[in-house]
Design a protein around this ligand. Structure first.
Ligand SMILES: NC(=O)c1ccc[n+]([C@@H]2O[C@H](COP(=O)([O-])OP(=O)(O)OC[C@H]3O[C@@H](n4cnc5c(N)ncnc54)[C@H](O)[C@@H]3O)[C@@H](O)[C@H]2O)c1
Length: 353
């Protein structure tokens, strides 16, 4: 009889200790050790270290952390404007990288991350959990041939009241730091569109009037994507719609070959309705918010750890989804700058170096 030696937990570092980091940290700790945490704000880093427990070493300089800490991989939950810088430095230190969405601010930054990770032969994954949530993955499942069939068109109106999020005055409210309005409200849906329809072929977008000078970018947008499959999708965004809070917006309607579906999100649950053209009534499934996030975060973090360890070859996500999502957002802004002119995808990749 042979006995296999259990592997010791993967040693990881968590960089960026703001609102989201401890939340993701809990899922990381289910499958790996967080041996170090880092934030330029020492209070934030110490608070996350206390919340997570386990005595991680606290750093305020990620380069020092990469040099001194005994790490195999990093999770980046820092602000968007430092994703590329941190990921490249991690790769150059031989560390595998899990980076939160949005992957970076621009396609150029994304490619620089990819090239650095390829050169160092480390793995790079971007966290896009929306497509993995049971409610949203169920919609993709329903587009099987024997269900509703191929998706033809989709629309998502995410008119939301963003006041509870207090973004004005923070990095979120400046496109140069966040990547603009779609990086705030839209990135998840744009990635889900890609999971639903496949590659995007071209986009057209326009801005609405500016009504809030606290955001240093337009906060009302309408955009259309045409996919290589021929399918079309629209995503219409506003930060100033008082009826919906953030999580109540974003419910897609999808027309498929043999029927259609509609997701109606509420704060506590999401109702999914779908009906084939030959059925008299829609079917209904309810997803509780409390159960809709754990499986998605567990899957992406779990797959990353297994991928790094060589236990799986095909993780649920890599950098590709992150890059294509940033590319679509950047193409939206380019189109809006040209009053809605079509912008073809992919945008020209930037060469290495
Ligand atoms: N997947 C999801 O569901 C999800 C949810 C929320 C946030 N996010 C992503 O997580 C990231 C963080 O979001 P947040 O809401 O926690 O933002 P936040 O502003 O609360 O936190 C960002 C942190 O990054 C830190 N930081 C900035 N520069 C740094 C540097 N050079 N080194 C180390 N730390 C640095 C800041 O001090 C701050 O504490 C964003 O990219 C966001 O898009 C993902």
């Amino acid at each position: 009889m042979t006995h296999s030696t259990p592997l010791s937990p993967l040693k990881t570092g968590l960089i960026g200790c703001g609102d989201f980091s401890a939340f993701l940290g809990r899922y990381i700790q289910e499958v790996a050790d967080i041996t170090a945490v880092c934030d330029i704000r020492p209070d934030a880093a110490n608070a996350v270290a206390d919340t997570l427990g386990g005595g991680p070493t606290v750093y305020t300089d990620f380069r020092k952390m990469f040099t001194e800490a005994d790490l195999e991989a990093v999770f980046i939950t820092a602000a968007n404007f430092v994703h590329a810088e941190i990921a490249i430095a991690a790769a150059e230190s031989g560390l595998h990288v899990f980076c939160e969405k949005a992957m970076a601010r621009t396609v150029e930054e994304c490619w620089a991350m990819v090239h650095a990770c390829e050169k160092a032969q480390v793995k790079l994954m971007v966290g896009h959990k929306r497509r993995l949530r049971p409610s949203w993955s169920r919609m993709i499942e329903l587009t099987a041939d024997d269900q509703l069939g191929k998706p033809l068109s989709a629309t998502v109106t995410q008119y939301a009241d963003m006041r509870p999020y207090n973004y004005p005055g923070t990095w979120w409210s400046d496109a140069a730091f966040s990547g603009g309005s779609y990086a705030v409200l839209g990135v998840h849906v744009i990635d889900w569109f890609a999971a639903m329809f496949g590659p995007a072929q071209r986009v057209s977008a326009i801005n609405g009037p500016t009504i809030d000078e606290d955001y240093r970018y337009p906060t009302i947008h309408h955009a259309t994507i045409q996919f290589s499959s021929g399918g079309i999708a629209s995503i219409n965004t506003s930060f100033h719609y008082p009826i919906h809070k953030f999580r109540e917006a974003q419910g897609p309607m999808v027309q498929c070959e043999h029927g259609g579906l509609k997701l109606v999100p509420q704060m506590e649950h999401l109702d999914l309705y779908y009906q084939r053209l030959n059925e008299l009534e829609p079917q209904h499934e309810r997803f509780m918010i409390a159960d809709d996030f754990d499986p998605a975060y567990r899957r992406e973090v779990g797959d990353f750890v297994q991928w790094v360890r060589g236990e799986i070859a095909d993780p649920c996500l890599t950098w590709r989804e992150g890059l294509r999502c940033v590319e679509t957002m950047q193409a939206f802004y380019q189109s809006a700058d040209q009053q809605g002119a079509w912008v073809d995808l992919p945008l020209t990749p930037v060469a290495a170096n």
